[in-house]
Design a binder for this molecule. Structure first.
Ligand SMILES: CN(C)C(=N)NCCC[C@H](N)C(=O)O
Length: 256
């Protein structure tokens, strides 16, 4: 029995041209990025997820960061309208994939913008980062869509950081792991656990006690293990050069 479907999208040949906003551009090794993506897919499959590949969008360098194109909540898929216009052609393939997965589908419409990387779901609360990519209108549209699923949306203003999930994510017990300097943690309305390494605040609960995190966060992997979870560690160095993290490379659709 699988845990559900994990949507991924393979890196395209233009990956190295991906956007960088808050870090300096460094060379991306495409061959290495492909190997890392394969290992990432294997980690998801080994954790019990049925890996499904979204159609390629190779003209879009950032298409591998499929999380930004769709938000899935309780059987509903909200197809986003990415804040970076050059990423908008990525959404067609994502919409096709969620329709094939049998989800109800709605969209963020102009002038709203929303990136999936700004959306952090913790129980019935959905925190949404307000920064360079997601605007007030996008948050309002998301809130209206998710009200049908009983979710409450809480906007979180960001500082110098790409997405909310670049700065905070949650373990399956609701513990928030955060880099507090990057946003107003008070907006979350609950305590956070401050993490002392950048990639450490990026975790993906994979079901059961499994927690996916990056090899660049060894101290956080140890912390996660101390908290009673089992870290699943993947090297995603080539994606980190493009401000990517473990959350960005997949969209998990839990089995109903
Ligand atoms: C949580 N994060 C960080 C994401 N979901 N997406 C990362 C996208 C990175 C891409 N170069 C860009 O700038 O769009």
């Amino acid at each position: 029995m699988t845990r559900g479907i994990a949507l991924v999208r393979r890196p395209g040949h233009r990956l190295a041209e991906g956007l960088v906003t808050h870090i300096e551009r460094t060379d991306v090794d495409i061959a290495r990025a492909r190997q890392q993506h394969e290992a990432y897919r294997t980690a998801l499959a080994d954790a019990g997820w049925q890996v499904h590949e979204v159609d390629p969008a190779d003209q879009c360098p950032d298409a591998v960061f499929v999380e930004d194109t769709v938000v899935v909540c309780d059987g509903l898929a909200v197809v986003t309208r990415p804040g970076a216009p050059e990423r908008r052609p990525e959404i067609a393939g994502a919409e096709k994939a969620v329709r094939e997965a049998g989800l109800d589908v709605v969209r963020i419409e102009a002038p709203g913008t929303l990136d999936g990387g700004d959306v952090l779901q913790v129980g019935d609360t959905v925190y949404v980062g307000l920064g360079g990519r997601t605007n007030d209108e996008g948050v309002a549209q998301l809130a209206a869509h998710l009200a049908s699923r009983g979710r409450t949306v809480v906007p979180v203003p960001l500082r110098e950081v790409l997405h909310l999930k670049s700065a905070v994510t949650a373990l399956s017990d609701g513990t928030l792991l955060a880099l507090p300097d990057l946003f107003d943690t008070g907006a979350l309305g609950r305590p956070v656990r401050a993490i002392d390494e950048e990639a450490g605040c990026h975790v993906v609960p994979l079901g059961g006690d499994l927690v996916l995190l990056a090899a660049s966060a060894p101290r956080t992997a140890a912390l996660v293990a101390d908290l009673g979870f089992t870290p699943v560690v993947v090297d995603i160095s080539e994606y980190e050069k493009l401000e990517g993290c473990v959350t960005c490379l997949s969209v998990l659709i839990p089995r109903a």
